[in-house]
Ligand binder design. Structure first.
Ligand code: G16
Length: 546
């Protein structure tokens, strides 16, 4: 046992530690400033109540700086009085696995180290967030408290001691606090076995069904190899880019058609397997692709909801469905027909937690490639993949057939997001401010063939605790169900990213096979006109279109 003593270190505040949509995300070099990480961790501990003697879960997506941060946090957790910290072996927990482990151990909370889908490496991004005992991201009242503490911090507590070996499953004592290193995959894989019909999926695969899962050199690799190849029998090599790397192999671990383009090319080629999927840096996002068809995340949520009765753990148990505001309204159509409640929340998974804790919703999803359920309190990439595999095993139809039948039954929501990345923050704020001033006067305005039926700056009142979150994005709705949404990203690390989301609704089967960008063309033109985007930012084209 290393000898140690608690040390109080004097520090001064940083003024840029306000947590965003999903914790604090900055460049690695920024985090490496003296006391930067320590200040934030001490501010978390100062904001979460009485955790003395309790258990904390700790792990991350394995990106550069993950394990340095784990050693810092272990010493601070001990010095601050936690009784036990459970760490994923080699510092690894996917975000959903961390949520599983928090809930299974009834931990006080967890610290997850990840910048999600942002690139990793010495010159790239790092992130840290706190999850509460329900396994979900801390609500705004806690993240606001953490930010306030960062502005007034003067000292933090740590230990003067050697690092702990986190490479083996073992138990250690750290100045009276237990450090338990556990297998990163086991608890998660066990829960997936309980939720899905692994026998049915295994039979489908042994009957010749083929799949390709792109782990993008990120955290999901070990989870996907264990579940898809070892347990479900997908042939070796079905999981590609399955070895996690500190810099994600130099890639951008965001599972969409742009960044997972190898998978996309495969799925639209003659060699296409029956099913394709990808996951992001920390394993909470997912992309679903069939042979020659991309399933939008909004459609995926709607299709999972409509088919939930085919999965025994969800049969007759879907209480409601929630989507983030910019997510298409496809799941609303399903909820209406199923006679269940649907909710529209601001962007950010934390808003779903209250609804799930109050048993108001079972399924939820976001356009940003996040889908999940009340089995945990995070979005869950592999869970979505397994849900699809379970549906496919029962229906014995192709992904394309399932999607097309869904459109015929519920209508098709054409959907696309245009991102303008790294624009100067002032210009981005000018665009949003200009829109905010305009929205009040847009109602009933005729633009081209469409009439604006509502427009506002989305303000959400949580139906459980009545907390109010305002300025959540500009919504412009049209008489035919179409929408344009403008919103600033809360996860970028350089400048501002302006996102414009487009959605149109089509019920005529003859018009359901158009090119998406063409189907949305009129809305795209309207958005550029209303926002003055080109004049205010100098940008003539979106950086990424998904
Ligand atoms: C985070 C949140 C998601 C949210 C996304 C939005 O995702 O967990 O709930 O949808 O941010 O990102 P942005 O603000 O950039 O649009 P993740 O996967 O980065 O943790």
């Amino acid at each position: 046992m290393p000898t140690s003593s608690i040390t109080t270190v004097s520090t001064t505040p940083f003024d840029d530690q306000k947590p965003g949509t999903s914790g604090l995300r900055k460049k690695v070099k920024h985090f490496q400033q003296i006391n930067y990480l320590e200040n934030f961790v001490q501010s978390i501990f100062a904001s979460i109540g009485n955790f003395q003697g309790k258990t904390l879960i700790l792990g991350g997506d394995g990106r550069f700086y993950n394990n340095d941060a784990i050693q810092v946090i272990l010493k601070m957790a001990s010095a601050n009085g936690f009784g036990k910290v459970i760490v994923g072996q080699n510092g690894i927990f996917s975000t959903p696995a961390a949520s599983v482990v928090i809930r299974k151990n009834q931990a006080y909370g967890g610290i997850i180290l990840s910048a999600s889908h942002n690139p990793g490496g010495p010159d790239e991004d790092f992130g840290i967030k706190y999850n509460t005992g329900n396994g979900g991201p801390a609500p705004e009242k806690i993240t606001d408290a953490i930010y306030s503490k960062t502005l007034e911090i003067t000292e933090y507590l740590t230990l003067d001691t050697d690092n702990i070996d986190i490479t083996h499953v073992a138990s250690h004592d750290l100045n009276g606090m237990t450090v338990e290193i556990i297998d990163s995959v086991e608890d998660y894989a066990q829960l997936m076995n309980e939720l899905f019909d692994f026998d049915a999926i295994r039979n489908m695969i042994s009957d010749g069904f083929t799949l390709c899962f792109d782990a993008m050199h990120a955290v999901t690799g070990p989870y996907a190899l264990e579940i898809l190849e070892n347990q479900l029998g997908a042939k070796k090599g079905s999981v590609i880019n399955g070895i996690p790397q500190e810099d994600f192999g130099g890639g951008h671990p965001d599972p969409n058609l742009v960044h997972a383009h190898h998978l996309a090319e495969l799925m639209f080629s003659e060699q296409s397997p029956d099913f394709g999927a990808a996951s992001d840096g920390d394993g909470d996002r997912n992309m679903i692709v069939g042979n020659n068809i991309f399933v939008t995340p909004s459609d995926s949520l709607a299709i999972i909801t409509a088919n939930a009765d085919l999965v025994s753990a969800y049969k007759g148990k879907v209480m409601g469905v929630a989507r983030s505001m910019p997510t298409s309204q496809a799941s609303d159509q399903v909820a209406k027909k199923m006679g269940i409640e649907s909710y529209e929340t601001p962007t950010g998974w934390k808003f779903f937690g209250n609804l799930m804790d109050a048993d108001k919703v079972t399924l939820c999803g976001e356009e940003s490639f996040g889908t999940g359920s009340s089995h945990i309190r995070e979005k869950d990439g592999l869970w979505a993949v397994l849900f699809w595999l379970n549906i496919l095993a029962v229906r014995k139809e192709s992904v394309a057939d399932i999607v097309k039948q869904h459109w015929h039954e519920f209508g098709r929501n054409y959907y696309s997001r245009h991102d303008y990345e790294a624009i100067e923050s002032d210009s981005a704020n000018n665009v949003m401010e200009g829109l905010r001033n305009k929205v009040k006067n847009l109602i009933n305005t005729q633009t081209g063939s469409l009439t604006i039926s509502y427009s506002d700056d989305f303000c959400y009142t949580d139906p459980v605790d009545n907390s109010v979150s305002d300025h959540q994005g500009i919504r412009i709705g049209f008489n035919n169900g179409s929408r344009i949404i403008f919103r600033l990203s809360g996860t970028g690390t350089s400048g501002a990213t302006l996102r414009i989301y487009y959605e149109s609704y089509e019920t005529n089967p003859d018009n359901m096979n158009q090119d998406t960008q063409q189907a949305l063309d009129e809305l795209i033109k309207i958005s550029l006109e209303i926002s003055d985007l080109q004049t205010l930012t100098g940008r003539t084209e979106a950086t990424v279109i998904t």
